[in-house]
Design a binder for this molecule. Sequence first.
Ligand SMILES: Nc1ncnc2c1ncn2[C@@H]1O[C@H](COP(=O)(O)OP(=O)(O)OP(=O)(O)O)[C@@H](O)[C@H]1O
Ligand SMILES: [Mg+2]
Length: 223
Amino acid sequence: MSISIRAIDLSCQFGQVHAVDRANFTVSVGDFVAVEGPSGSGKSTLLNLIGGLEPPTGGRVEVAGTELSTLDERERTTFRRRHIGMIFQLYDLLPTLNAWQNVAVPALLDGGKLKDLQASSTELLKRVGLQDRADHKPSELSGGEQQRVAIARALMNDPQLILADEPTGALDSVTGDDILGLLQSLCEDGRTVVMVTHAARAAAYATRSLRMLDGAVTEPAAV
Ligand SMILES: Nc1ncnc2c1ncn2[C@@H]1O[C@H](COP(=O)(O)OP(=O)(O)OP(=O)(O)O)[C@@H](O)[C@H]1O
Ligand SMILES: [Mg+2]
């Protein structure tokens, strides 16, 4: 099985805080990993390190064999846009664009034309159950609907790796199950998902879990 992520003594320190503390783990292509742990244990920082949004202060992490921290800013941004879909804890949609235009953003940044992207963006909104909100601006959407737009946007460039921070945090259980089923099907198709979650319900969809405590990462024995 090929390796999607390899972390070697991966560390990130903010002042005296060891947000991620010498983490060693590998994630294989097709894994659906749930990252669990208390608030402040380092989960979001770990995703930011994997996605190259935060440079490690020690050790290293490779995604598909590439160490993002060794790339220059431009190469890193391009790598991330083409290979990684990120779903953040805050959805950070662009307020002036409507739902389908927000979904199109990663492809726009890759040189696509807005008018050519309407069909594929709307199709992605359909996959998250939002086809009838395609023309709504973020301010005209509920929190859970904004979250689903952010999920559709993360899938726009068909990434091999999806990093999701509490992707179902704002969703009711039925909609959340739909999204988790969607992430599960992406893994079955050979993508990799790393998902931060507090919810046992969400973790049940994953094939593996990583636990974080005070920056340390451990993998509980499979049950
Ligand atoms: N930019 C930063 N500067 C200083 N400290 C930070 C920074 N980002 C995170 N931290 C600290 O690092 C630790 C880990 O934060 P992180 O956001 O990764 O936690 P988390 O597990 O995602 O928590 P939550 O479940 O509340 O989202 C926390 O103690 C936090 O205060
Ligand atoms: Mg967090």
